[in-house]
Design a protein around this ligand. Structure first.
Ligand SMILES: *Cc1c(COP(=O)(O)O)cnc(C)c1O
Length: 374
């Protein structure tokens, strides 16, 4: 069994992918070919934003956004500690200072209460200036954008949505990527919408910010190719990957529906024996991961061992919250600083999740989980 089945998906779209990629190969327009603009247009339409700037990866999407917004070392950007490393790393790469925030005990997303605490701490105890917030749509569920956007407005901060796992989800009927000033996503192959290599995209309604992000994407380009008006990166999206995204977009809505069915089948078979995912009523998850929480680390280890023994893959997202990572040791956080996510990190694990998971496979997986729960 596979954790994410990209092969079944490929069989479904093979003819279309081959035809689109062959067209790119024939045109030889590998960099910024017409498929890139076409993908940006379709992606903006899907997300419901005015603009989309495609780029080389989800990490590039975060870095380009932050470089365009402009960060100084004394600028604090609030990031959940319980997420993929790039959410915080991008702040450091763009020249700012990440300040880590604890998670909500049910959704695993940034805790609004802990965000308020962290802002107060920065204002009263440090020389940093609150500058921005990066909520992450962890495991595919949008964060609490109404509350977070309001807090940001109160303090004159920007909000950058890390929708790398959330692209395709909705919040009050609006798509992830469109839920704040600017949204970033990833097309890493295992994400809900993935290409066949690295890729990413940024979404905004802000025309000025869009122009600056396009400039940052190509070495801070100004009016012409060798007129560099700011420091940028090489962060373009490959034409071949754009062709693949165009193909994948044609089945994405169906896949989002199929993911709901898989998650519902898991919930039905497991919710009486273990803590299943909590998705708030006003949002629809895209189920980047289906994550369970055991009652203890020992129970988690037992369940995962039983799964492994049966040839079923499972994963640990994320075993080390970012504030306790070796790379961020210089920031001086210690164990116990963000207790909720530290506990979650020892107890959560994710089951195979993709749109093509069969009812029999779900039943097999759930039987093993059920029989190894204490
Ligand atoms: C995958 C991921 C990223 C980074 O995306 P890449 O395309 O791998 O650079 C950033 N944030 C989160 C939450 C992610 O899951």
């Amino acid at each position: 069994m596979q954790f994410i089945d990209l092969k079944t998906q490929y069989e479904l779209i093979e003819a279309d992918v081959v035809s689109r990629v062959t067209k790119v190969l024939a045109s030889q327009r590998y960099i910024m070919g017409p498929e890139v603009a076409e993908a940006e247009e379709k992606l903006a339409e899907f997300a419901g934003t005015k603009y989309c700037v495609s780029c080389g990866s989800g990490t590039d999407a975060l870095v380009i956004s932050l470089m365009a917004l402009g960060l100084k070392k004394s600028d604090a950007v609030f990031v959940p500690a319980f997420t993929f490393f790039a959410s915080g790393e991008s702040v450091t790469l763009a020249g700012g200072t990440p300040v880590f925030v604890d998670s909500d005990s049910d959704t695993y997303n940034m805790s609004v209460d802990d965000l308020k605490r962290a802002i107060k701490y920065v204002q009263e105890e440090t020389d940093l200036t609150p500058k921005g917030i990066i909520p992450v749509d962890l495991f595919g569920q949008p964060a609490d954008y109404d509350e977070i956007n309001e807090i940001a407005t109160q303090h004159g901060m920007f909000v950058l949505e890390d929708a790398a796992q959330g692209f395709g989800s909705t919040y009050h009927g609006k798509r992830a990527g469109s839920l704040s000033l600017v949204g970033a996503t990833s097309f890493f192959p295992a994400k809900p919408l993935g290409c066949y290599g690295d890729g990413g995209a940024i979404f905004t309604d802000d025309a000025d910010l869009c122009e600056v992000m396009k400039s940052v994407r190509v070495h801070g380009q100004g009016g012409s190719k060798y007129d560099n008006v700011r420091i940028g990166i090489n962060g373009r999206f490959d034409t071949i990957q754009a062709a693949i995204i165009l193909s994948k977009l044609t089945i994405f809505e169906n896949e989002i529906d199929a993911r709901q069915k898989v998650a519902a089948a898991y919930n039905e078979r497991l919710s009486d024996v273990i803590k299943t995912p909590v998705v708030k009523d006003d949002r629809v998850s895209v189920w980047a991961q289906y994550t369970l929480e055991a009652k203890s680390e020992a129970e988690k280890v037992d369940i995962q061992k039983a799964l492994t023994d049966a040839g079923i893959p499972s994963a640990n997202y994320y075993p080390i919250p970012m504030h306790l990572s070796t790379a961020y040791a210089p920031l001086g956080y210690k164990k116990g600083d963000l207790p909720v996510c530290e506990r979650q990190a020892t107890r959560v694990f994710s089951l195979p999740m993709h749109p093509y998971l069969k009812e029999e496979e779900i039943a097999t997986i759930c039987d093993i989980v059920r029989s190894s729960v204490k």
